[in-house]
Write a protein that binds this ligand. Structure first.
Ligand SMILES: CSCCC(=O)C(=O)COP(=O)(O)O
Ligand code: ZN
Length: 217
């Protein structure tokens, strides 16, 4: 059995609970969608030895239960025997931890704005935002700042989806859109991942509103 610090597990579960409650209040987990994870063990350099705490699959994420989180290894297997099922999208989380140096938290949500933007710009495979103050939330501090987020197709096979995501993501842009599915974001802490997610959702809502304003003016 893996040696894991019990205190680290408790901190990770408590953190995920706070994030889950906060996102749930924003309506960011419709119809049991979405999943969250935090690295519990292993430094970013020991990518394959890492252990993450991740949300269980198919739960109503607005409700707290003792079965909400589970520990998994980088191959998606459980650290301890359990009847609980980790997120069906666990392999997307583990591939992001393995691909991105310093990744400590990965959050995934489905919203109308992120789905609409992913569909509107799917043919380009990316969407760029320029000259928004909120781009500073991605630690980009310059005039005429821009950020381009990649968009991948929504494959039914999670290993295939994880592989496609792994191919397009870059450490400098902490997110990826999946067409008509949702967004994955990450950060070097849960605080940073949350900031990135809020900034992306702000940009998507802005762009969506601007699209309709221009169409009907
Ligand atoms: C009704 S949501 C379909 C699955 C999904 O996309 C998702 O984000 C939730 O999956 P999980 O297994 O993590 O609950
Ligand atoms: Zn999803």
């Amino acid at each position: 059995m893996e040696k894991i610090n019990l205190e680290a597990i408790q901190i990770a579960f408590d953190t995920l609970q706070n994030v889950k409650d906060t996102f749930s209040k924003k309506g960011w987990f419709p119809a049991t969608s979405g999943n969250l994870s935090i690295r519990v063990k292993g430094t970013p350099l020991e990518k394959n030895q890492s252990i993450i705490a991740i949300t269980s699959s198919g739960k109503d994420k607005s409700i707290r239960t003792p079965e909400d989180y589970i520990l998994v290894k980088m191959d998606g297997s459980l650290v301890l025997p359990s009847n609980l099922k980790p997120s069906a999208e666990t392999l997307i989380h583990t591939s992001i931890y393995q691909r991105i140096p310093n990744c400590q938290a990965v959050f995934h949500i489905h919203t109308i704005p992120n789905n609409l933007i992913s569909e509107l710009y799917a043919d380009q495979g990316k969407v760029t935002f320029i000259n928004h103050e909120i781009i500073k939330a991605f630690d980009i501090w310059k005039d005429n700042a821009s950020i381009t987020i990649p968009i991948v197709e929504n494959y039914f096979s999670i290993p295939k989806l994880a592989e496609e995501i792994s191919k397009v993501i870059q450490p400098e842009v902490p997110g990826v859109l999946i067409r008509n599915h949702g967004i994955y974001v990450w950060g070097d802490s849960d605080f940073t991942a949350k900031r990135h997610l809020e900034a992306f959702e702000f940009l998507f809502e802005y762009q969506m509103n601007m699209y309709f304003l221009k169409k009907f003016k």
